[in-house]
Ligand binder design. Structure first.
Ligand SMILES: Cc1cc2nc3c(=O)[nH]c(=O)nc-3n(C[C@H](O)[C@H](O)[C@H](O)COP(=O)(O)O)c2cc1C
Length: 172
């Protein structure tokens, strides 16, 4: 795991290579193995591999989502907010775990923030996505994880580049 963390970077450029069905199965297993508060599992995951839908989703917000158009897969991470008061945490854990699982099998990923973001002046990114994907009313949308075989290499951060001052011992 530490080696995965050492080399992890957000990847926003992807090749056209399809993701093998066995690897998609691994990604499904990864999200379903995510821990959740009180084991409520309030999340739901929408796997999108249809290019026309990915293109629509890439327009969820004006900035920071465009690259989804060229991803091979997008996983829309939603949850029933009425089932758990900490659905944001549950969805965030699933989001990062599937990113790490994808990296472990040679895929590149990037988180696209949806919660608290706007599609335009009037429509939230969440409502835009719910309309595109027919998501039931009670579900909230946290993120979309864009996934594909990497078409860019990004240098891992060196140990020296990490912000050690963020860590304090036995008090602030
Ligand atoms: C909660 C969260 C939301 C993010 N939202 C976006 C996003 O909407 N679009 C994007 O391109 N990257 C997004 N990112 C990726 C960050 O920009 C990226 O992790 C950060 O710049 C550090 O770069 P690295 O992941 O390569 O280390 C998000 C990351 C996190 C953790």
């Amino acid at each position: 795991m530490i080696e995965l963390l050492r080399t992890r970077r957000s990847i926003r450029k992807y090749t056209d290579r399809r993701i093998e069905p066995e690897k998609i199965e691994i990604l499904k297993e990864a999200v379903l193995r995510s821990p959740s508060s009180r084991n409520i599992d309030p999340w739901e995951f929408i796997f999108v591999d249809e290019p026309t839908i990915l293109k629509k989703l890439s327009q969820s917000k004006p900035h920071g989502a465009k690259f989804l158009e060229h991803a091979t897969l997008g996983i829309v991470i939603c949850a029933d907010g009425g089932k758990s008061d900490v659905w944001v945490e549950d969805c965030s854990i699933a989001s990062i775990l599937v990113q790490m699982a994808a990296q472990s099998i040679g895929l590149g990923t990037c988180w696209i923030q949806i919660r608290n973001r706007m599609h335009d002046d009037k429509v939230t990114s969440e409502d835009y996505i719910k309309n595109v994907l027919n998501v039931p009313k009670q579900l909230k949308v946290e993120s979309i994880i864009a996934i594909g075989y990497p078409a860019e290499t990004r240098e891992p951060l060196s140990r020296e580049a990490l912000k050690d001052k963020k860590i304090r011992i036995n008090g602030y």
